[in-house]
Every structure is written in C-alpha cells, then in structure tokens.
Design a binder for this molecule. Structure first.
Ligand SMILES: NC(=O)c1ccc[n+]([C@@H]2O[C@H](COP(=O)([O-])OP(=O)(O)OC[C@H]3O[C@@H](n4cnc5c(N)ncnc54)[C@H](OP(=O)(O)O)[C@@H]3O)[C@@H](O)[C@H]2O)c1
Length: 300
C-alpha cells in the first residue's frame, strides 16, 4: 500500500513515500478506504519524535473514508459506511487505507464533503473542546490567537455560534477572513495590547492560543483571570502563566455534532488547499511554516 510518512526521527528530509502492509483493524478499530486526510502541525511534531514514533511511520491523524473492515468489539459501524475520524496513536492517515478509533469516528452525512469531514477531528474538534471548557456565558469575549489557521477559523465560528464576542489575532492578510466569520480582527506584533484593548474595551474573558512564546506572554497579560487561558502550541507556558491544559474529548458525539454544524452551515472548516497524496511533501511544508490559512487536505 502506498503511503507517506517518515523513515526516522528528524527534519523534512526524513519524509518519504512508504510501501507498507495494509493495516489490520485491532479491537475497537475500523479500516477505511481513505477519501481524504487532514494535515496538521502535529504531523511534523510526530516526525520529530514528540509522540514516541521512531519510523518508518505513516503520518496523518485524521481521515474520512469508506469502512472496509471492522475490528473486534465494533458494533456501531459496518462495512460500506461513510465515516470520518481520528487515527490510532495519531498516525497512519496519509495512505490509501488507514485505521480509525471507532469511539472517535462518526458517520459522514452526504452533505458534508469528505475533504471537509477529514478536517474536523483534530483542528475543529479541539476548538470545540476549548469553547466547551471555557463555558462562557453569551456576550463574553474570547480572544483567539492565530485566528486564521486550522484551529483558529473554526474557533472563531464556534465561539460566535455560542453568542460570544471574538477578537481574532491574525496577520493582516487574514483579517477579511476573520471578519467574515464574525470576529474582530486585530494584527499581532508591536502594539497588539493597545489594539486588543481598543477592539474589546469591555476586556477579555478567555484566551485560546495557537502560537505560544512571547506572543502568548503578551496576550496573557491582557487577561485578568488566567483560569480561562489555554495554549495548544505551548502547554508548559500556558501552565506557567496560570492557564490550563486542554483535555480533548475524543468521542463520536463531538464529531457527530461538528458534522451537524457543517451540514447546517453553522461551521465551515475552511479547507483552502486540497492536494493529491503525491504532493504530501509540499502540503507538510506549507503547514510546517506556521502561516497556513484554514486547512490543508490530502487525497490519496
Ligand atoms: N492538542 C491538540 O489536540 C491540538 C490540536 C490542534 C492543534 N494543536 C496545535 O495548535 C497549534 C495551531 O494549530 P493550527 O492547525 O491552527 O496551525 P496553523 O494552521 O498553522 O495556524 C496557526 C496560525 O497562527 C498564525 N500566527 C503565526 N504567528 C502568529 C503570531 N505571532 N500571533 C498570532 N498568530 C500567529 C498563523 O497565520 P498568520 O501568521 O498568517 O496570521 C496561522 O494562521 C499548533 O501548534 C498545533 O500543533 C494542538
């Protein structure tokens, strides 16, 4: 089976097309014929060894496809179902056939394209979890740092759907996008504190950060109560600043709800770049640069 991944821990030069056996679904797993697979910054972190994979390993955390085989213990899905979900151990998705975790897989409604469904389990689902954890009442203000990226775009929309005000920090090229989904765009860099205060004179009630480092320190200083601060890019710093580590709800229920939101036009995962698997190297490079707009998806 043709797949794309990495041969050993390291930089982009370790990425390669791999010829690997068709995976067999274990207990509570499904095997899909992959229709589309999402690309995430987490994929290069896997390649760098952050999650214990040594290679050769097939990359890819999230896929949409047709169920081809079901493992022991699976009763919710049958062969032929159109589904989408997260891959075991956060790998294996960039391939013609891939496994998903049955308890983190959901049916894909016909109205939700495979490319859109494949973009939901990592980025949109994380944004969903963050908004749930914040639990802010309507009219509160959330700041999304990195509002034009894979997580940021759904985060802005999911916050708006909850009746929140959203300040979306992004580069100027993404301001029209942030505003289109209802956010108040603010440019990052020198003077960002004043611009945020001007955009939200009532103050900020929560921060969802996708950037980390000094950008996070600057933004965190705007939040009086740090109990509603989390960073997906810099968890240690978020904790140091008094924030929390987001615990993911990797469940079928979350994915089903996200698909419903897409189907009812409440959520657009904003897939901006759809490429054949043969172009995986360029897709990864685009995401690894850290300035992607919306989501990048591969088609085997
Ligand atoms: N734990 C989890 O389950 C989980 C899930 C998803 C993602 N993550 C992590 O969350 C992070 C973001 O993921 P993503 O998919 O959204 O990545 P992404 O698509 O690359 O988006 C990151 C965004 O940040 C913006 N940005 C860069 N520098 C910035 C700065 N100084 N201030 C404000 N914005 C800045 C970038 O665009 P511009 O610079 O052009 O504005 C880009 O749109 C990654 O570190 C990822 O690994 C974790």
């Amino acid at each position: 089976m043709r797949a794309y991944g990495f041969t050993e821990i390291g930089g982009p030069d370790k990425q390669a097309f791999l010829d690997v056996p068709v995976p067999q679904p274990g207990r509570d797993q499904l095997r899909l014929r992959v229709r589309a697979a999402g690309v995430n910054p987490g994929d290069w972190r896997v390649r760098e060894g952050s999650y214990g994979h040594h290679g050769p390993t097939v990359l890819g955390w999230e896929v949409a496809g047709t169920v081809e085989a079901v493992g022991a213990g699976v009763s919710e899905f049958v062969v032929g179902d159109e589904v989408f979900g997260g891959c075991p151990d956060m790998v294996g998705g960039w391939a013609e056939q891939a496994l998903t975790i049955a308890s983190f897989t959901a049916r894909r409604p016909d109205a939700v394209r495979p490319e859109a469904a494949a973009a939901l389990p990592v980025a949109a689902a994380t944004a969903y979890d963050a908004m749930n954890r914040f639990g802010l009442p309507e009219g509160s203000t959330v700041l999304v740092n990195g509002a034009g990226g894979g997580v940021g775009v759904p985060a802005v929309q999911l916050a708006k759907a909850r009746g929140l005000r959203v300040v979306g920090v992004a580069s100027p090229a993404k301001h029209e996008l942030v505003a289109r989904f209802g956010g108040i765009p603010v440019a990052y860099g020198a003077g960002v504190e004043e611009r945020v205060r001007a955009a939200a004179p009532e103050g900020i009630d929560a921060v969802l950060d996708m950037v980390g480092g000094d950008a996070l320190r600057t933004i965190a200083a705007l939040l009086g109560n740090r109990s509603r601060l989390t960073s997906l890019a810099d968890k240690p710093l978020a904790l140091e600043l008094g924030g929390f580590e987001l615990v993911r709800d990797r469940s079928t229920a979350v994915l089903t709800e996200l698909a419903r939101l897409v189907q009812t036009n409440m959520l657009d995962p904003y897939v901006t770049d759809i490429r054949p698997l043969s172009d995986a190297q360029a897709a990864m490079a685009l995401v690894e640069q850290g300035h992607a707009t919306g989501k990048v998806v591969l088609i085997p």
